[in-house]
Every structure is written in C-alpha cells, then in structure tokens.
Design a protein around this ligand. Structure first.
Ligand SMILES: NC(=O)c1ccc[n+]([C@@H]2O[C@H](COP(=O)([O-])OP(=O)(O)OC[C@H]3O[C@@H](n4cnc5c(N)ncnc54)[C@H](O)[C@@H]3O)[C@@H](O)[C@H]2O)c1
Length: 463
C-alpha cells in the first residue's frame, strides 16, 4: 500500500503522464474544464475449444443475465449451464444462450457437472455464502455477486474455503475494475486532493423499478416457482410471489439499501484510498413511502468514521439513499480533501483543485479601523502566506473513457478469467469483499439497534 499521498508527488507525476492508461499526456489545467481521454488496451486473444472456460450461471435473474452478457464479451468463455428456481427464467436462459445449454432448478446438479469450470452466483443475498462455498468445494472458480454475504458472520467461511481449495473467487462490485476507478486510485495516490477529509455519497431514485418494485410474471405459481428452495434457511412462510420476485424488500433475503447500494461505494472507496474500511457507523432513516409490505427502509442516511491509517488521514463518510426523490433522482460519489475534490465514476473522474486561503481580507476586517486593517495586512504579508484570490480555483480536469470502452463490467470479468488462466490474483477477493460488505452491513446493525456501532475493519467483526 502507498503511504499518505502528497501534493508534490501529484504535481510531478501529473506532468509526466501515465503510460498504462492514457494515450495523451495529462496536465494540470490552469484553466477550468480541461478534458483528457483515458484508454485501455486489450490484447488480441483467441482460444481453441479446448482452452475455453465453461461457465455455469446460478441465479438467472436480472443481474445474472447482465453478468453473463459481460462475461461472454471476454474471449474464450462459453455459457454451458444455467440454474434458477423459476421455470420462466430457465426458458429465458435457453432463449438467450441456446437450446443446448444444461438447465436445472437444483444448483448442486450444475456443480456436479465436469464441463463447468466456473460459476456466477447471482442469487438473492441470503444464498450467496452457501452456494459460493459449495461451488468452491466442488472445484469451481466463483464469481459471487455483491454483497458477498447477507450476514458479516458468514464471510470468514468463504475466505477460508477459497484459501483451502485454491480456486479463484471474485466478488462482483464491478465498478472497481473500471478505468474511472483505476484513474481515481492513481490520482489519489499522487496527491491530487491532498489529505482526504470527507467522502460524500448519495443515490436518489424516483421510479417504482428503482425502489425494487420489479414485475411479477403472470405465470408465477407454486409449480413454476420453487418457493421452498428459495427460502433456504430463512423463516418458513407460505408461497408469496412478492417475496420471491421482490426479495430485496425483505430483510430475511436481502440486505436493504446498504447491502444493495452502499457496498459498491465501499468497494470503490476502499480500493481508491487503499483502506480496510470504517470503524464506526451511525444510521438513521425510515420507511416513508413504499408501504408495500417491505420491512426495510426506503430512506437511509448513514455516517461512518474512517480511522487514520498509513494510506489515509482520519475522515468521515456520509452515505445517503432516497427512494422517494421528488427532485428526480441522481447520484454522486465525491472524495473531498485538503487541496481539492474528486468526483469518481466508472467512466470518468473529475478533479477540482483548490488551496485553502490563509489570509483574511474579506468580511472580518470590517470591525477594524483602516489603519489597523493595513497593519494586519502587512503582518500577513511578512509571513508570506498565500493570498486567497490566487490560491483558490487552481483548475479542474476531467478524465474520460473513450466511446469504445468496454466498461467496468467487462473489465471485472476480464480480471476474473485472466486470474483463472494465469493462476493469478483477482482485484476483489473474498477478504476485500467481506470488508466492503461488512462496512455496508454496519448501517443495518446501527439502524435496527438505533445506536452507533463499532467495527474492527482489520479483523472484520463487530466490536
Ligand atoms: N453488481 C451489480 O451491479 C448488481 C446489480 C444488481 C444485482 N446485483 C446482485 O445480484 C444478485 C441477484 O440480484 P437480481 O436483481 O438479479 O435478482 P433477481 O431476483 O432478478 O434474480 C435472482 C434469481 O435467483 C434465483 N434464485 C433464488 N434462489 C436460488 C437458488 N437457491 N438457486 C438457484 N437460483 C436461485 C431466482 O429464481 C431469481 O431468478 C443479488 O445479490 C444482487 O445484490 C448486483
């Protein structure tokens, strides 16, 4: 890990450019709004049928399909099997990937197949741990969707099983592999914003789909849906299609807004600043609008403390989710430091640099006589402190991905499959995954206990 960033190294490196990612050298802009194109080179790879990685999909719902589509953009990968508990989704899998793929409602049958090398686990959160562990033990490489676990106590079992089996396990916060996140990490380490002071994250939504009111197919019934298997270890309840198709709304199966959405932000934040995560959280919020039977909040505001480490100063992070955003929706992720701020996305990063003005000269001088004001100014001048006017607004630069960029989702799968082929490392292993999920799940601990909670980010457990 890099030590705390320094402005001097940022200025030095910024003028040299970055060979790995950018085609054009990037410069600190004196003017507002300089734009620089980032670039990613992909090697030209072709694989014979023998060298192909055969993929099985477990949980062929919304994200399972997006995951598989991204996975199949990586050369040398083929989908050979799909598993789901609703028969309509198995029909959809055949429609998308061919009649000849193997389909089943029982994931253990998929894991028993010798022709499956790796699996995607894209089931609801309460199934992640069990299926990921079973898959690793069955000798499969695993791409497990975020949040890695529904309960932080379950994380160590995935970590130890991955280590004992030696199989590759990537956790699915795909933004971390993106050009935008990679550039943000480089800029942070080079001191682009000085010392971090705050992280500002928000996700405002204003649609039924954004609030997890997903469509329920007309043919859903106890024959087409294996509801008992879906429940798994969750409390037994009779068939209720809303619970199956809108599982995020229930804490028995999902992890609320924190596990669903905060976790991506934690993955990016911990990656960019090289951190293990926060050590304290305080959450509030409520269920204000979507009174559709759900038992998780639709508004959440959570404050986190990050302790000082080798790679960052102590700082606070503010996370906000609103599923009733009458303003129309939107989102942001901003690192704020002593010398500027950095807005981070998957396809772009904007740095606005500034410098703290140390010389008074504005509204506070009104209380002194003209003569005293002059003496004060002379005193500051003698100390050679930077003047506010010249020190502020030292420029902004935006780094952008090119139009043909394949995206963070592709890059995350590329990283996974490359690690399988080269017996290498993934960017988001289960230890990283547990730190991101654990930080997010702290919000739920605090919300339901109605009190602040302490977390050990190194040992990954509640204090
Ligand atoms: N990385 C991302 O950006 C991202 C985005 C959305 C969702 N996700 C994650 O992906 C996962 C799935 O979310 P979704 O929106 O696709 O949900 P979904 O309900 O659309 O799909 C889940 C599917 O899993 C199936 N399933 C449930 N239990 C199963 C079991 N035991 N065995 C086999 N199949 C089972 C269901 O039948 C369903 O079709 C969640 O963990 C979610 O947090 C990640």
């Amino acid at each position: 890990m890099k030590k705390n960033p320094s402005r001097r190294s940022f200025l030095k490196k910024a003028t040299l450019g970055s060979a790995a990612m950018t085609s054009a050298p990037f410069l600190i802009s004196a003017a507002e709004g300089e734009r620089v194109l980032m670039q990613r080179e992909y090697p030209n790879e072709t694989y014979s049928a023998n060298d192909q990685i055969n993929l099985g999909l477990i949980g062929s719902g919304i994200q399972g399909i997006y995951d598989t589509r991204s996975a199949l953009t990586v050369p040398g990968v083929k989908l050979v099997a799909a598993c789901d508990l609703y028969s309509g989704r198995l029909d959809r899998a055949k429609e998308l990937w061919g009649e000849d793929i193997f389909v089943t409602r029982d994931y253990r049958k998929l894991l028993n197949r010798k022709d499956v090398d790796a699996v995607i686990v894209a089931t609801p959160d309460h199934w992640h741990k069990k299926i990921a562990v079973d898959a690793l033990k069955a000798g499969k490489h695993v791409y497990c969707e975020k949040p890695m676990v529904q309960k932080w106590q379950d994380g160590q079992e995935i970590i130890s099983t991955q280590k004992s089996t030696g199989k590759i396990c990537q956790i699915g916060s795909q933004g971390m592999s993106s050009l935008g996140n990679e550039k943000a990490k480089q800029l942070y380490e080079d001191g682009a914003i000085g010392e971090i002071v705050m992280l500002d994250f928000y996700n405002d939504r204003y649609s039924a789909e954004g609030a997890w009111q997903y469509p329920i197919p007309p043919d859903a019934n106890p024959d087409t849906v294996d509801f008992d298997a879906f429940l798994g270890n969750a409390p037994k309840v009779s068939y209720e299609p809303k619970r199956f198709f809108r599982w995020r709304n229930y804490k028995d199966y999902g992890t609320g807004v924190a596990g669903d959405l905060f976790v991506h932000a934690f993955s990016t934040l911990n990656h960019v600043i090289g951190s293990h995560g926060p050590n304290r959280a305080l959450a509030t919020g409520g269920l204000r609008y979507w009174n559709d039977g759900r038992d998780v909040p639709d508004v959440s505001i959570t404050l986190y403390d990050y302790p000082k480490t080798d790679t960052h100063a102590a700082f606070n992070a503010a996370f906000r989710i609103n599923f009733i955003a009458g303003s129309g929706g939107g989102g942001g992720f901003k690192l704020i430091g002593t010398e500027g701020e950095m807005e981070v996305g998957q396809n772009s990063v904007t740095v606005r640099r500034s410098k703290l003005g140390m010389v008074p000269g504005g509204y506070s001088m009104v209380a002194y006589t003209e003569a005293t004001q002059e003496k004060i100014r002379q005193g500051y001048a003698a100390q050679n402190l930077e003047k506010r006017d010249s020190a502020l607004n030292t420029g902004s630069t935006t780094w952008e991905a090119p139009r043909n960029y394949k995206g963070g989702h592709h890059d995350h799968f590329y990283n996974f499959f490359t690690a399988i082929r080269e017996k290498g490392k993934v960017i988001q292993d289960p230890t990283f995954g547990l730190r991101a999920a654990g930080a997010a799940l702290l919000a739920n601990e605090s919300y339901y206990k109605r009190q602040p909670v302490d977390w050990d980010p190194v040992a990954m457990k509640l204090m």
